[in-house]
Write a protein that binds this ligand. Structure first.
Ligand code: GLY
Ligand code: MN
Ligand code: MN
Length: 483
């Protein structure tokens, strides 16, 4: 059996306050660092906006929660290939990212708690390899994992099967991030020639753990992701401000096609400082807005129509998620204006409920939003609407948690009351079908308005407040007029 040597965690953070004393050309890493990209990463940070200390605290929080003789296994993502050697843009696994800030594909984290005093962050990372690095760029390697990312121990990823086996033998409780249903694991083990070969990762772990307690790590980690830290909120503020500014500029342009508007927003997000778009955007002209997940974005934009856009940038790994709807030609028609104002009233009222003191859950707020929309639609002249049919014109949910994932926190319940520090979206919509049930002048109009809100005790912060949404503001920006 391999003898694993772990160093204690009770030592100064190597990266805290930056890598002092190092000279820039001695740093090799598979991602930007302060030493190599000071225009992206500030001193003391590992990723934009998030310090090495915060990553350390996140791992310690998880380690403090688990019993003695436990381990938590969190795999990173691997490069996905479209075909042959043609790869997709890489995005790190959210839980692995949250706990490490490590951006290279093909890595894993094991948190191991021997007892209260001896806890370890063990990184398995791609080995430095001259030939591979010639093609793919620099890797941090085990040295970087320890010196930059504050691992207590780091090993080449190739050895994970062997080490895992030994660690499982030492533990009574094994937590694994099964967010992908274990499907990412078997390949790792198969490649190692260990006895953990077949079936899902869960089965493999169970077999190898000899009936020891085996649990999902998802809620264990997500309980810390659900309420955002000040550093996380700052990163989301950045993502929101950059994205809001892109929208405000877009209002003043005239785009001939959905594709051109899509490309403009992607460009503005990146130019403003985001790493990438947070998700595939919806850019839906006219009746395409009635398709909630319209992402073809391949039609022309037509004079007299509205365009519904749902897009946001990602900064420091954190998402903005904004929806706005505006007239292609810069001026709302009367029916568009009436429907838009009705929905805006609903959205603004829902945002007012985003405080702890209002004691709301997503479920409470969704039902409230349906009630509000019902009243607004009656006032707008849809007199034959019943409360039960509100879902016909508002078929989706009021919002979701936002963070590293655009739909953040898989394990949260819609019945949980909002807590301080949670970042949520408020995004009611109205989509009027093209049939006789609805007034002719509203048919085929689809509108969604979405902001990103930080919940506070008796107040809230709207991170996307700078993205214009009042009718006169949008029209002024669209026509490049002063208000
Ligand atoms: N952009 C996806 C959503 O709003 O849920
Ligand atoms: Mn959205
Ligand atoms: Mn959303």
């Amino acid at each position: 059996m391999r003898n694993i040597m772990f160093r204690g965690i009770n030592r100064a953070l190597r990266s805290q306050g930056g890598l002092r004393g190092r000279i820039w050309y001695s740093i090799k890493a598979g991602q930007p660092l302060y030493e190599t990209r000071p225009h992206l990463i500030r001193k003391g940070e590992l990723t934009p906006g998030i310090s090495a200390e915060e990553y350390y605290v996140r791992r310690m929080n998880v380690l403090q929660t688990i019993p003695e003789k436990s381990m938590v296994v969190v795999p990173g993502n691997e490069t996905q290939f479209a075909t042959g050697s043609v790869f997709h843009e890489f995005r790190q696994d959210p839980n692995f990212y949250y706990l490490t800030g490590f951006l290279e594909p093909g890595a894993a984290l094991v948190l191991y708690k021997e007892d209260q005093e001896n806890v370890h962050s063990i990184f398995f990372v791609p080995q430095t390899d001259k030939n591979a690095e010639l093609w793919e760029g620099e890797r941090s390697g085990t040295k970087g994992a320890m010196e930059v990312f504050n691992a207590d121990a780091a090993y080449p990823f190739e050895l994970i099967g062997t080490y895992m086996h030994e660690l499982i033998n030492r533990c009574d409780h094994v937590y694994a991030d099964m967010s992908e249903n274990g499907s990412r694991f078997p390949r790792y083990f198969k490649s190692q020639g260990t006895d953990i070969l077949n079936g899902s990762f869960a089965d493999a772990l169970r077999r190898s753990s000899g009936g020891k307690t085996f649990k999902s790590a998802v809620s264990l980690i997500e309980q810390f992701r659900v309420n955002k830290s000040e550093e996380e909120i700052d990163a989301m503020r950045q993502a929101s401000e950059i994205s809001a500014s892109a929208y405000n500029k877009a209002y003043g342009e005239r785009f001939a096609s959905e594709k051109a508007l899509h490309a403009y927003l992607d460009y503005e997000f990146k130019l403003g400082g985001c790493e990438m778009p947070a998700y595939l955007p919806v850019v839906a002209g006219g009746k395409h807005a009635l398709t909630i997940h319209y992402t073809r974005n391949d039609d022309l934009l037509r004079d007299g129509d509205l365009v519904l856009v749902d897009a946001g940038g990602r900064y420091g790994g954190y998402c903005a998620d904004i929806s706005r709807t505006w007239p292609v030609n810069g001026k709302f028609t009367a029916p568009q204006r009436d429907l838009y104002q009705a929905l805006l009233n609903v959205q603004k009222q829902c945002i007012e409920y985003c405080t702890v003191d209002h004691n709301m859950s997503f479920d409470d707020l969704h039902r409230t939003s349906e009630d509000l929309l019902y009243t607004e639609m009656l006032n707008a002249g849809i007199s034959n609407l019943t409360r039960g049919r509100v879902r016909d014109i508002y078929p989706h949910y009021i919002g979701h948690h936002l963070g590293i994932d655009v739909h953040d926190i898989k394990t949260s319940s819609r019945f949980d009351k909002f807590q301080s520090g949670q970042v949520i979206t408020i995004e009611p919509g109205v989509y009027v079908p093209d049939n006789d049930m609805w007034p002719k002048h509203f048919r085929n109009i689809g509108i969604r308005i979405e902001d990103n809100i930080v919940v506070g005790k008796n107040s809230y912060e709207n991170l996307t407040i700078d993205c214009a949404k009042e009718i006169d503001e949008i029209e002024a920006l669209a026509q490049k007029k002063e208000l």
